[in-house]
Structures are given as C-alpha cells and as structure tokens.
Design a protein around this ligand. Structure first.
Ligand SMILES: [Zn+2]
Length: 395
C-alpha cells in the first residue's frame, strides 16, 4: 500500500478513536456499576464478553476458567504480536458500586481503576475492527482477573502461560495513568517468619527460651541489613506486623512477624532475601523452631526508556498531543510480562485520584486524548517489525 493511502487508513483509525470519548464515558459507568471484587469478576467478565461478541470479527473469542475474557485479532505476519490487558477486578467487596457524574468528573468505586481501562480496551477493539491501521501484527486483547491485592497477578500470569508462543510484547491499560509510563516493574517478596518454643510458667519454668525474645533478636539482625535510603538500585525492607505470646506470666511459646521486601532489581531483591534468611537463622539459633513461609511474590524487572515498545508509546503521545510522561516504577499486570522476558509497560487514559477508596474519581475531559493515545500506542507497538520490540536497552 502506498504511504499516502496508509496515512489515510491510519488517520481513519485515529478519528474513530477520537470520536469515541463520549461512548467510553458511558461504558465506564456501565462497567463500574457491575461489582467485580478480585476472585468474583464473573459478572463483569460476562458483560465484556458480550460487548466483544457484538463488535465481532475475532479469530478467537473465549473466556478461560479464571474468567479472563480474550479476543484475538489476526494481523500481518512478521510484525510484533501484542498482548493488551485491562484488569476487571476491583478492591471493593461491595454489592453496589454506584457512579455519580459531576461537572467534568466521574466519582465511584473503581471508575478509574480500572473500569475506564476496560472501557478503553473495548473502544480500541471496536476501532480496530472498523478502521484498523495497516501493517500491524496479531493482537490478543484481554479483560483479565486477579490484578489487585491477593489476586497476585493470577489472571495475567495465566494469559502469559496460555499465549507464551503467540505474543512478543505486552501493554497494560490503567485508567488513572495518563501522565506516566511504566518502565520499572517493582517486584515484591513477602514472608511470614515464625518461632515456636516450649514456653511455660514465667516463674516455674524460668530459663526456657522465649519465642518473642528470639524473634526480637531476628528483627534486630535485620536492622543491620536495611538498604540505605537513596541507594541505587532502590531496595526496601519492612517488618510490618508482629504477633505473639499468651500472657504476661507465660514464657512466649510462639511469635511471628511479616516481612516485605521490594525492588525493581530482582537480583538485588534475591540477594537481600538470602542475606535476611541467613541473619534470621543465625539470630534464632537452635533455641526455637523457626519457619520462614512465603506469603507473596510479585515479579518485577526493568524496561529501558529507549526500548522500541516505549518509543512506540512516546510516538503515540506526540501524535495525540500529549507531553512527555513521567517514567514510573510501579506494580501492575505488566510486572508479570516483564518477569516473563517480554518488553511490557502500563499506560493510562486520564487523571484522577483517591483510587482504592469509595471517593475514587476521574477527570472526563482528558479521555478525549487518552483513548486515541492508548489506541495509537497499541497499533504502534504492533507495527514494529517482529523480534525488534525488545531489541535495545533491556537488562
Ligand atoms: Zn488497577
């Protein structure tokens, strides 16, 4: 196809996306009003599935056993195949999630995180079927489960496993993140450390080992390993919860703490974990029964800002009249893709605040630029020659 007609097709795609803002706002309200707490996303998934059926034209459309909804669009061979995800789940257990509309704002549980992300995914799906730009690779569009909290990224992990050979890059859509582009994926490791002893009466059994005292030794030993504030790579460690003991006159038979460690540098994180485990073991010694149990593991990694997929996103910003973003370290569905070795990022549609509270709100005006931006970023990533999406900068 000559360049002039290619430009015409591409601008038809851009115009379709630009005219979608009003529809995206009403779609955001419909989606937000279907409750979707993590592990109970089925009703919202069924709605999204039905919308994708109406749009039609998919090479495959299915809902997997976790309730991830997946639509596959076949593109040109030899181009980058992109997995696009918008998470369905919210942190709210509520049965009702009403949305109110005020001047220039939508207010409600999960409006931006992530009903707007899902509504944008649907708008891009529709624009692709109506006016796809030329020369883009396969797209796997997914409204996925399990992004928040204890979901531990189970939805996207499943998608990455099921599509391991079919995708070369990944883009996550989050409603609130218009002004930032995720480059660093902050990994976290969480452990429950517990100590048990025989315990006994504080007078009668005096002299036996005390689980609280042993645990305290372990915490003091961790203090010495705390990474310096301001050091690069940033690595953090926190003892967030302590429990234990029975009564003031009982030698404590048990005690435990919860430990959280984070970094975008997964090797540094592993080194800290190894050092922490050795220090805890040495501190407790043979005086108590020690257990170190993993209670959380979010993967992470780094995508350089000159990676082609990030450059594709920056080009889409410019084409949509958006300024330079903040490159951000965060924890999203893109983390799992980065950890799986794919170039991946998370981008957004508008701005707002109070996410994860009932007062959550988003601005409606930026959606007019945000939807075309996300649609162009997806098309630009998918138009990269196959095998180049990850070419530079990864470490
Ligand atoms: Zn989110």
């Amino acid at each position: 196809m000559p360049a002039s007609s290619r430009a015409r097709v591409d601008s038809a795609y851009g115009r379709t996306l630009e005219s979608a803002a009003a529809a995206v706002i009403s779609e955001t309200i419909r989606i937000a009003e279907i409750p979707a707490p993590t592990f109970r996303e089925q009703a919202r998934a069924a709605y999204v599935r039905q919308r994708l059926e109406t749009i039609g034209g998919w090479a495959d459309l299915h809902t997997d056993s976790l309730a991830n909804v997946v639509a596959v669009r076949r593109g040109e061979p030899g181009r980058t195949r992109v997995l696009v995800c918008a998470h369905l789940d919210t942190v709210f257990p509520d049965a009702a999630t009403p949305v109110t509309r005020e001047r220039g704002k939508l207010i409600g549980r999960g409006v931006g995180d992530n009903s707007l992300g899902v509504a944008t995914l649907l708008a891009v799906a529709e624009a692709l079927q109506q006016a796809a730009p030329s020369g883009i690779g396969d797209l796997v569009l997914a409204a996925n489960v399990g992004e928040e909290g204890l979901g531990d990224l189970r939805g996207v992990r499943r998608l990455l496993k099921d599509h391991a050979g079919d995708v070369d890059a990944m883009i996550a859509i989050e409603g609130h993140a218009l002004n930032s582009v995720q480059t660093d994926a902050v990994a976290s490791l969480r452990y429950e450390v517990s100590v048990e002893t025989d315990g006994g009466h504080s007078w009668g059994a005096y002299g036996r080992p005390n689980a609280i005292a042993l645990l305290a030794r372990a915490i003091v030993a961790l203090e010495a390993l705390m990474p310096a504030v301001g050091a690069t790579p940033k690595v953090t460690m926190n003892v967030g919860v302590v429990r234990g003991g029975r009564s003031v006159n009982t030698i404590a038979p048990d005690a435990s703490f919860e430990l959280d460690m984070r970094s975008a540098d997964t090797e540094a994180l592993q080194r800290l974990y190894q050092a922490a485990r050795a220090a805890i073991r040495a501190a407790v010694g043979g005086d108590g029964k020690l257990s170190i149990r993993r209670i959380g593991n979010r993967p992470g990694g780094h995508v350089a800002s000159d990676t082609p997929i990030i450059e594709a996103v920056l080009g889409a910003r410019a084409a949509s009249g958006l300024g330079a973003p903040e490159f951000r370290a965060s924890s999203t569905d893109a983390n799992a893709a980065v950890a799986a070795g794919l170039p991946a990022t998370c981008i957004g549609v508008t701005t707002g605040g109070e996410a994860h509270t009932p007062r959550e709100w988003i601005r409606t005006a930026p959606i007019k630029q945000g939807v075309p931006y996300v649609g162009r970023a997806i098309a630009a990533a998918a138009s990269l020659p196959g095998g180049t999406a990850a070419q530079t900068g990864r470490r």
